[in-house]
Design a protein around this ligand. Structure first.
Ligand code: GLU
Length: 340
C-alpha cells in the first residue's frame, strides 16, 4: 500500500524551540527534528520535511506568507502541514486559505507547551495533523474544508479559528461555528463542513495573485469606552506620512463607536478604506437597527465598509490582501459584503 505523501513545512514557534544555555527557549528545531520526535509518523505517511524558517509567528510577515503560499501551491504531494507559532496562527491560516486553493488537505498546527516542559503538545499535534491529512473523509472534502487548523485533537476552519488563551493547552476555538472534526483514538470524526461562500467570493475578486504586490499596512484600532479619537485625528491630519493604506475598526456591539469620533471616521473613510468589524470577536454586525450619529445606519451611510461577522484580526488580513491585489473600493466592499 502506498502511503500518502505529506509535506511538512516548519516555520518556527514554540513547537520548534529548544533551551539555550540560560534555559530560555529559542527557535532552534527544524522540520527534521519535529518529525524525528514522532516515530509513528512513518507508519502513517510518506513524510517529507522542510524547514522554511526559524522565527516566532509574532514576527512573520505578509511577504513571507505569500512566499509560503506559492510554495504550497507548487508542491506535488497529497497533503501539506505547516508548523508555526500559535500567536498568529488565526491570521496566517486565514491568509493561506485566501491564497491557496488545492484539493489536498492543507493544515496549520503548532504547540502551546514547549519541548522542554513535561507533556509538550507539539508531537501530539503533529501526529494529529498527519492523521487528519491522511484521513479519507478529510481528503475527499479537502477543497470544501479549505485550510484547516489542527490543535488538541480538534479540527477548525482557518477562517473561523481564534486563539482564545495565551498559555493553556486548549487555547484554540471556533466560537462562531465550532470544530469541523474531532480526533478520537486514531479516528477522525467528521462534525460539519464550513460555509465557504465568503472565501470563494473573496478569491474570485482577488484573482490568481501571481504577483504578490507590495505590502499594504493596515492599522487595527480597537474602540473602547470614551475613546477620544486622537489617533484618528493624526491619521486624518498626516495621511501621507503614516504609511497606513487601510484601517480596521473593531467596533462596539453591532457596529457602533463613541459619538464624539463619528465625524473623524467620516473624514477618514474618504481617505482610506475603513472596515468595521465586531469588537466582540465575531457574529454578524447590524445593518439597519439603530439610529443616531454613530450607529450602524449612520456609519454605513458615511462610507465605512461593513465587515460582517469577520473577526477584526481576520478582517485586517483580508483588507491587506485586497489592497495588495489592487482592488478598488467597490470591489473591497463586495468582498466584505460576503461576510455580512
Ligand atoms: N510567540 C511565539 C510564536 O508565536 C511562541 C508562541 C507559540 O508558538 O505558542 O511563534
Amino acid at each position: 500500500m502506498t502511503l500518502p505523501r505529506i509535506h511538512i513545512l516548519a516555520l518556527g514557534g514554540t513547537i520548534a524551540t529548544r533551551p539555550d544555555a540560560s534555559g530560555a527557549m529559542q527557535m532552534g528545531l527544524g522540520a527534521d527534528d519535529l518529525v524525528a520526535a514522532v516515530p509513528l509518523l512513518a507508519q502513517l505517511a510518506d513524510i517529507r520535511a522542510e524547514t522554511v524558517s526559524r522565527v516566532g509567528s509574532h514576527s512573520l510577515s505578509f511577504d513571507q506568507l505569500h512566499a509560503l503560499a506559492a510554495k504550497i501551491k507548487a508542491l506535488d504531494v497529497d497533503g501539506v502541514i505547516v508548523t508555526q507559532g500559535t500567536d498568529t496562527l488565526e491570521e496566517t491560516g486565514f491568509l493561506l486559505d485566501l491564497l491557496v486553493e488545492r484539493d489536498i488537505p492543507v493544515i496549520v498546527t503548532a504547540a502551546m507547551r514547549n519541548p522542554a516542559l513535561t507533556s509538550p503538545d507539539g508531537p501530539g499535534n503533529l501526529l494529529a495533523a498527519v492523521r487528519v491529512a491522511c484521513d479519507p473523509w478529510v481528503r475527499a472534502h479537502a477543497k470544501a474544508l479549505g485550510v484547516i487548523a489542527v490543535m488538541l485533537d480538534e479540527v477548525y476552519a482557518a477562517s473561523d479559528v481564534l486563539k482564545i488563551h495565551p498559555t493553556r493547552l486548549n487555547a484554540f476555538a471556533s466560537p462562531q461555528t465550532g470544530p469541523l472534526a474531532a480526533l478520537v483514538e486514531d479516528r477522525v470524526v467528521p462534525l460539519s463542513l464550513p460555509v465557504r461562500a465568503p472565501v470563494e467570493a473573496a478569491r474570485r475578486r482577488l484573482g490568481a495573485l501571481t504577483d504578490i504586490g507590495r505590502e499594504q499596512p493596515v492599522a487595527l484600532l480597537w474602540m473602547a469606552l470614551d475613546e477620544p479619537g486622537y489617533l484618528l485625528e493624526v491619521l486624518v491630519d498626516h495621511r501621507d506620512q503614516l504609511g497606513y493604506r487601510g484601517i480596521v475598526l473593531a467596533a462596539m456591539g453591532g457596529g457602533h463607536v463613541p459619538e464624539r469620533i463619528a465625524p473623524l471616521l467620516t473624514q477618514l473613510a474618504e481617505i482610506v478604506p475603513v472596515v468595521v468589524s465586531p469588537r466582540a470577536g465575531g457574529g454578524p454586525l447590524l445593518q439597519q437597527t439603530y439610529g443616531g450619529p454613530s450607529s450602524e445606519i449612520a456609519l454605513r451611510k458615511a462610507g465605512l465598509i461593513w465587515g460582517g461577522r469577520l473577526n477584526p484580526l481576520k478582517a485586517r488580513v483580508l483588507l491587506e490582501t485586497c489592497l495588495r491585489a489592487g482592488l478598488d473600493r467597490p470591489a473591497i466592499v463586495d468582498v466584505f459584503d460576503a461576510w455580512a
